[in-house]
Design a protein around this ligand. Structure first.
Ligand SMILES: [Zn+2]
Length: 512
């Protein structure tokens, strides 16, 4: 399985070379074509890609495989804004789908609410089965009477389920609508086609992890992306046992750490802000932990050999995560670094403070496109500090790119483009955050080197000697030619030195 790769250009993650040598799925040499030829073992397969750019495979450091797989079988509501539209679609869907539970995804519960969608409308649309609509942020839901009964919720007469009920909703959905190994396999094959060679499934339950481990590649033998899991902190005890057992035989699916929610999200106004919401002057959102409890949870996870991924969106949430990290001890050897997820609002003083804490920022450029409410929630002056990728990179913070799919667009190319140019955010906040865009190379590094750093696996995301041969062949001859493409340039995806995907031509932008 030895290979001598030559291409127009190979970007290793650190430099541009002409060729690399791969032995047993690992890069052993990178340099000029002549030196690579000298160092390649006799009988190595010669793989030539003239006119093409080869880059490390992309890593999505934060998505939700179960919710993403489930969204493929849910009623799409993201394009609707009226009460009548939602009920019509639910009724039509229910008539065609005999599923025991109907799940609607996308769209905004507050928007539907303003359009005066009520629990009664859901009851009328579907009488005989539970219906749950999950907000685009994943932090809020609306349920009909049958679903409230099944969930054992008595108090929510309006049908609206807030932040604190969502764990119950997701647990229940996993029981009544479990995702089968072949559904995960199909989903992972789709992710490989978009250029992803490693993904991190966040908030992955024990049930999800077990099903993922059974989702080994199909008979065609094409490798699937590696999966790294972060369990909900509520499963810390079982996760600790699983982690111990897994260290002996790490496989394609690994448990890395636990996920902790420090606050909520901007959409439902549950992200914790230092100053009140611009569109709700008496409200600053709320923190779900005290600093002391958060620091103790971090130490506890580290003691169990697990890394921590802390969801913090508002500036008060980010500040709390940074204080807790200072108070807690660092991760022991062999445990991935702490991460702060989302980091939606990071004023300059926090950018500075972040530098002194060794935490990777796991960010979602796709939110620049989906956070339609950002200006309304934060107001004109604060939005300057929203998703400040460039400032954080300049301060020396390592950033990992991710999608948070299904709560953001899954396509990594979309994320790379949005991190760079941020043209779409102009619609939301004209001109204000264009200065936080990053270069193409920095954007690609977020989805390669940054993702690897977030997972504590330096051999991923790099085509330097010692790196795992996860690589992409792009339909462009240079970084600048690739950067200009609005559509995904991925032609081939190779995982561990084996080809997983081969498109005849670049695939164009795919639907979410
Ligand atoms: Zn998430």
């Amino acid at each position: 399985m030895d290979q001598l790769w030559t291409a127009e250009k190979v970007y290793t993650g650190r430099r541009r070379v002409e060729a690399i040598v791969v032995e047993d799925g690992r890069v052993v040499a990178a340099g000029s074509a002549r030196s690579a030829r000298r160092e390649s073992p006799t009988g190595a397969e010669r793989i030539r890609r003239p006119g093409r750019l080869v880059v490390p495979g992309w890593i999505d450091a934060h998505l939700h495989l179960t919710a993403l797989a489930r969204s493929r079988e849910s009623v799409p509501l993201g394009d609707l804004s009226s009460r009548a539209g939602v009920t019509r679609r639910l009724t039509a869907w229910a008539a065609e789908h005999p599923d025991p539970v109907i799940v609607g995804v996308g769209g905004s519960i507050p928007a539907f609410g303003r359009g005066s969608l009520r629990r009664l409308d859901l009851d009328r649309a579907v009488r005989d089965r539970p219906v749950v609509l999950i907000d685009a942020s994943g932090h809020q839901a609306m349920a009909n009477r049958a679903a409230l009964a099944a969930l054992g919720v008595r108090s929510a007469g309006s049908g609206i389920l807030g932040e604190r009920s969502m764990a119950t909703v997701y647990d229940w959905l996993e029981q009544v609508m479990p995702i089968r190994p072949e559904q995960y396999r199909r989903l992972l094959a789709e992710l490989a086609a978009r250029g992803l060679t490693t993904v991190a499934s966040v908030q992955a339950s024990a049930r999800e992890r077990a099903a993922l481990r059974r989702s080994e590649p199909g008979r065609d033998g094409r490798p699937l992306p590696r999966v790294r899991c972060y369990a909900p902190i509520s499963e810390l005890a079982t996760a600790a046992r699983e982690r111990k057992a897994g260290e002996a035989s790490p496989g394609r699916v690994r448990l890395v750490g636990v996920k902790i929610f420090v606050d909520g999200a901007f959409g439902p106004r549950t992200a914790a802000l230092r100053e009140p919401y611009a569109d709700r002057p008496d409200w600053r959102g709320e923190l779900l932990w005290s600093d002391r409890a958060l620091a103790a949870a971090i130490d506890h996870a580290h003691g169990a050999g697990l890394a921590v991924a802390m969801h913090a969106i508002g500036d008060r949430g980010v500040a709390s995560a940074l204080r807790a990290l200072r108070r807690a001890g660092g991760p022991p050897a062999g445990v991935a670094p702490p991460r702060i997820e989302h980091a939606g609002l990071v004023p300059t003083d926090l950018v500075r403070r972040w530098r002194s804490v060794r935490a990777v920022g796991v960010v979602q450029p796709g939110f620049l496109e989906t956070d339609q409410w950002l200006l309304r929630r934060l107001g004109r002056s604060r939005i300057r500090c929203a998703y400040p990728f460039r400032s954080l990179l300049r301060a020396g913070v390592v950033l990992a790119g991710s999608s948070d799919a299904p709560y953001g667009p899954v396509d990594p190319w979309r994320g790379i483009r949005l991190a760079m140019r941020r043209p779409e955010i102009d619609r939301i906040a004209p001109g204000l955050t264009v200065r936080e865009g990053v270069s193409f190379v920095d954007a690609v590094r977020m989805y390669t080197h940054g993702g690897a750093a977030a997972l504590g696996e330096p051999t991923l995301g790099s085509l330097e000697p010692g790196g795992v041969a996860d690589l992409l062949v792009l339909g462009a001859a240079s970084e600048s030619a690739a950067a200009r493409r609005p559509d995904s340039p991925v032609l081939e995806t190779w995982i561990g030195g084996v080809r997983s995907v081969h498109h005849r031509r670049p695939t164009g932008r795919q639907a979410r």
